[in-house]
Structures are given as C-alpha cells and as structure tokens.
Ligand binder design. Structure first.
Ligand code: SF4
Length: 134
C-alpha cells in the first residue's frame, strides 16, 4: 500500500441501527483488526473527526441529528455508510419512520455493504477514503 499522507481521526454515529454494524465497527479497534495500523485514531467527538462512519437507516429522529453532526465537522470531511441499512434502508426501508438512506441526508464518500459487514470490509472502506484524501 502506498504511503498515506493523512492520519485521520475517525468517529461513528449510530443512525438507528440494530447495533450489529456497531459491534463490527468496534471490532476494528481491537488488536485483531487494528485500524490504527493505517494511521487512524478513534475519536468520540465527530467535531474532532475527519471521517464519520454512519450505521443504521436514518430515521426521522436520527436524520436531524446526523445532519447537525455533519454540519459541525470541520472540512474536509468524509462519510462512510456502513451496512445495508445505511446504504439502502435494508430490511427496514418500508418502515414508517425511514428517512434515509444516509446519502439522502448527508453526502457519502464510500459504501460498505453487508448485514453486518465484516471489520475487514469496513477497514477497506476507510482505506478507500484515505486514497481520496491524497
Ligand atoms: S445492516 Fe444489518 S446489522 Fe447493520 S444495522 Fe442494518 S440490520 Fe443491523
């Protein structure tokens, strides 16, 4: 892999997911998958993050918060939609409170399909965004 010019800070927002995707996101932090080997640092606050991972469908309630969080991030900023729900609404797309998918609420730079996606796939999504940052 080519040398990365950036060491981005990464945060996650759960836009009403079932938590399955969030567990896989958290697995990326463990020594087994170790996202820090790509120079990424995990941050709790999206205000300090360069990359926002979004899980879940984006309900009418969470969509407003997601938009506000995105607006609070400093530019340049990147978003990764994690999981089938974030990409298309998945099994919940017929729900009465569905306001997504995520790219209807905020701009999305990379998509990671799966229900839930494996940590390796999420890391691949992050690496794709790292390539965009060059
Ligand atoms: S994609 Fe699957 S695991 Fe992820 S939030 Fe939706 S239902 Fe849950």
């Amino acid at each position: 892999m080519a040398l990365m010019k950036k060491s981005p800070w990464v945060a996650v927002y759960n836009a009403s997911s079932c938590n399955g995707c969030d567990l896989e996101v958290l697995a990326m932090l463990t020594p087994r998958y170790d996202i820090e080997r790509f120079g990424c640092l995990w941050r709790d606050s999206p205000r300090h993050a360069d990359i926002l991972l979004v899980t879940g469908i984006g309900t009418k309630q969470s969509a407003k918060r997601l938009k506000r969080i995105y607006d609070q991030m400093a530019s340049p900023k990147y978003v990764i939609a994690v999981g089938s729900c974030a990409i298309s609404g998945g099994v919940f797309k017929e729900g009465h409170n569905f306001a997504g998918p995520i790219d209807k609420i905020i701009p999305v730079d990379a998509y990671v399909p799966g229900c839930p996606p494996r940590p390796e796939s999420i890391i691949l999504g992050v690496v794709k965004v790292l390539e965009k940052m060059k």
